[in-house]
Design a protein around this ligand. Structure first.
Ligand SMILES: [Zn+2]
Length: 263
């Protein structure tokens, strides 16, 4: 990480100048994290992102990579800050999953990718109301992007024919459906997850009952509960054939922010 692309405090205040509540959110997080919060300029991707530098669990750095010049910088910045805020408010932070020792690299990469997309979608439903309260509109929440559903169904079918994927493929399929379903819930339009479910139906006889349990589970709303989210999700994911996520808990002290492994 070079220091050159750090966005300084004054520039951040300028970006948020029309959104006093967004500026307050930033100030609060800057106060909680001190030097362990960094806003960087993203120049290689078209998406703004966040992450916790979990390679250094001792003193992790919460990073936002912000795409500039999009016309939705304030919204994108606050969106990423809210991801960081909910984990600093106490949600357990997923960082990997429990796996048997001999796991195929590609298969584990696909599981990891789908788990992270799934948690991302849950976060979105968790903080969308807070985002709107900052003064933004619903259509500023996500950058316009949609995964190609047909391609996803095809790659899933491909995984089923490969032995190294066998123990994970049902979980991957269910995570993919759940992510799409949650995004539909956010948008108030269920046509994409319905189309996905239809696409999977002729290929996987067990998919419809799995998808039904995803829908039922999310209607309960437990996932927005700080104290219960991780345990409740463990139960859902094990029922869906998804490996158990591993979590960190953020801990704040006078020495700084640390990540504690939660078992
Ligand atoms: Zn997000």
């Amino acid at each position: 990480m070079s220091g050159a692309n750090v966005i300084d405090d004054a520039t951040i205040r300028e970006i948020l100048s029309d959104y006093p509540r967004g500026a307050k959110l930033y100030a609060e997080l800057a106060c909680r994290f001190g030097r362990q919060l960094l806003i960087l300029e993203e120049s290689e991707s078209i998406f703004s992102t966040y992450n916790f530098g979990i390679d250094d669990a001792e003193y992790p750095v919460a990073l936002v990579r912000l795409v500039r010049g999009t016309g939705r910088e304030a919204a994108a910045l606050c969106h990423e800050l809210l991801h960081i805020k909910i984990y600093s408010d106490g949600f357990a932070l997923p960082y990997d999953f429990e796996a048997s020792e001999e796991i195929d690299k590609e298969a584990s990469g696909v599981v990891r990718h789908n788990l992270s997309a799934f948690f991302n979608a849950i976060d979105h439903l968790t903080f969308i109301d807070q985002f709107l309260e900052l003064g933004f509109q619903r259509d500023e929440f996500l950058s316009p992007y949609e995964a190609d559903l047909i391609e996803s169904v095809k790659s899933l079918i491909g995984y089923y024919s490969r032995p190294e994927f066998i123990q994970y493929v049902r979980g991957i399929r269910n995570l993919f459906f759940a992510t799409e379903y949650l995004t539909d819930k956010l948008n108030g339009d269920f046509s994409r997850s319905r189309a996905l479910s239809k696409g999977f139906k002729p290929h996987f006889s067990d998919s419809q009952s799995d998808f039904a349990s995803v829908r039922t589970w999310f209607r309960r709303g437990t996932f927005t509960d700080v104290a219960r989210r991780a345990k409740a999700l463990d139960r859902l994911l094990s029922r869906l054939g998804v490996p158990r996520p591993l979590y960190y808990q953020l801990e704040f002290s006078s020495h700084g922010v640390r990540l504690r492994d939660v078992r």
